[in-house]
Structure formats: C-alpha cells, structure tokens
Design a protein around this ligand. Structure first.
Ligand code: HEC
Length: 269
C-alpha cells in the first residue's frame, strides 16, 4: 500500500503538470495498477489479493485528500484571506488528484464486494478478472464524469464509455460461466465416509485437526464431520474457498467426491 502510494505520487509529481500530463499519468497509473494486481494475485490467496488491491487504491485516495487536496485548499484560502494573488497550481494539482479519486471509486467498491463471489477470486486467471472488472468500473465512471460536460455543451455524449464498461463486464460473465469439469463428467456413484475421510486427512486435517482448529472447525472425527457436513460441502465444493488458497492441493476429482458424499446423505458411519 505504501509502495503504491509512493510510486503513484512520484508519477503525479514528475508528469502531472506537463503538457498532456493527464494522459501520461493516466497511462502510467493504469500500468502500475495492473502490475500490482498481478503481483498481489501471485503472492496472496485470491480472496486476500482482491481486498488488498482495493485497500491499496483506497489508501492512495485518502492520501490524495490529506497530502494534496486539503493542504492545497488551505493555501488558496490563506492567499485569498491575505488579499494576495492565488497560485493556480494548488487548484490544478488538487483537481487532478480528485479526478483520480473519482476513477478509483468503482474499482475499490468492486474489490470490497468481491469476497462474496468466490468464483471471481479463485479463478486461475484471477488477476485478469480483477483488472478487467476494475477497468470496467473506471470506464463507467468516465461516463458519469463526462455526462456533466455533455450537459454543459463541453464534449460529445459519452455513451461509448458506458458501453465499453458494460461489454467488458458481459464478456467476463460469459468467460466465467461455470463449465462441468472433467471430474464431474465421470460416472456417478455415491461416496462413503471411508473415501471422504481419506480426502479430509490429506487436504484438511492440517488446519482442522488435532494440532490446529481454524475457525474452531475440527474434521478429524465422524461426529465433527457430521456437525460441519453442510459447511464442508459449501466451502470445498460450492465456493471452493477451502482448502484455503488450495494450500493442500485438493484436486477437482476430490471435490466431486465430497459433493457425492454430501448429496448421498452425508453419512458418517
Ligand atoms: C491451510 C489451512 C487450511 C486448510 C488446508 C483447510 N482450511 Fe478450512 N479454514 C482455514 C481457515 C484459516 C479458516 C477460517 C476462514 C475464515 O475465517 O474466513 C477455515 C475455515 C473453514 C470452515 C468454516 C467456514 C466458515 O466460514 O464458517 C470450514 C467448514 C472449513 N474451513 C472446511 C475445510 C475443508 C473441508 C478443508 C479441506 C478440504 C479445509 N477447510 C482445509 C484454513 C484451512
């Protein structure tokens, strides 16, 4: 978060007030956000990575207000109060940072809400999902920004930006539509507790066994498995959020097995 702020701030300082500064800064910040998203999704579990990228942008938004927008306004007010000429640079800088904050808004909202939708952050190319959805958010925001200009006759109607945003989201929806996996096409048959136990032993005991009970969940006795059957199914088959970040490398076939066990009555003897 701090590194992003320092780099972003440096880009704005160096290029912000040049000719075509807004475009240069926009392009560089876009690249920076893409690199940060890629890194986050490779360093952290997807669920954490999406939140961290959102927090990273939100940190820059707050820092923009604290270090540039408010101090700039104070200087302007001071000059006016003292009857001195106002330096336009403070207004220009503050406006540039406010505009950036505008574009960060929808991407941050998306990142905040993403935790409810595991198919987004558990996807193999989750970094691309994150970038595309944030890009769509920024494009849609551009529509709202330019709509004011259109009402005042300053620019043409910005419908194109909204359409780009919607098309990108629709493309992501089509791309992420669940497909039956190879494992799910395998012949059907119910799985018994002995088969389930083998999977739990290998993939879950490490964090939900005698040594460690994450979120107070133990899965190493038949009674405990019975108690948590619904949650086991939910977490490892439906949402695929367990094993956490698939640390124990559970296979698709094993998820199908857990699903069959649950749908076949979740027997524990
Ligand atoms: C690397 C460690 C790790 C492994 C392996 C792991 N879990 Fe978890 N599990 C956690 C952590 C951490 C939490 C708490 C997550 C939270 O609070 O959001 C958790 C929570 C849970 C919960 C409770 C969820 C809830 O929100 O109430 C269930 C159920 C669960 N795990 C099932 C499983 C199953 C089934 C497996 C094996 C297929 C598994 N876990 C493997 C770390 C792990």
């Amino acid at each position: 978060m701090v590194v992003f702020w320092l780099l972003y701030d440096a880009i704005c300082r160096v290029f912000g007030q040049r000719e075509k500064g807004d475009a240069i800064v926009g392009a560089l910040v876009l690249v920076l956000v893409c690199v940060a998203s890629w890194l986050a999704c490779h360093w952290f579990a997807g669920r954490a990575a999406f939140l961290l990228v959102g927090a990273m942008l939100a940190t820059a938004m707050s820092a923009n207000v604290f270090f540039w927008i408010i101090p700039g306004q104070k200087k302007v007010v001071k000059s006016i109060a003292a009857g001195e000429p106002v330096e336009p640079i403070h207004g220009a800088r503050g406006k540039q940072r406010s505009v950036h904050n505008t574009y960060f808004t929808l991407p941050v909202l998306f990142a905040m809400l993403s935790n409810h939708y595991s198919f987004l952050y558990t996807h193999k190319l989750n970094w691309l999902v994150l970038i595309l959805m944030m890009f769509a958010g920024a494009a849609i925001r551009q529509f709202f920004v330019m709509r004011h200009g259109w009402k005042l006759g300053r620019n043409r109607h910005p419908l194109g930006y909204a359409l780009v945003g919607v098309v990108v989201i629709a493309a992501v929806v089509a791309w992420l539509t669940p497909q039956p996996s190879e494992a799910a096409k395998a012949p059907v048959g119910s799985a018994d507790y002995a088969a389930l136990k083998k999977v739990l032993e290998q993939r879950c005991y490490q964090c939900h066994g005698a040594q460690l009970q994450m979120k107070n969940v133990r899965l190493d006795t038949p009674q405990a498995v019975k108690q948590h059957a619904q949650a086991v199914y939910q977490q490892s088959v439906v949402a695929r959020t367990m094993p956490l970040n698939n640390a124990t490398q559970m296979t698709d076939a094993e998820r199908v097995l857990v699903g069959r066990w649950f749908e076949g009555g979740a027997k524990t003897e």
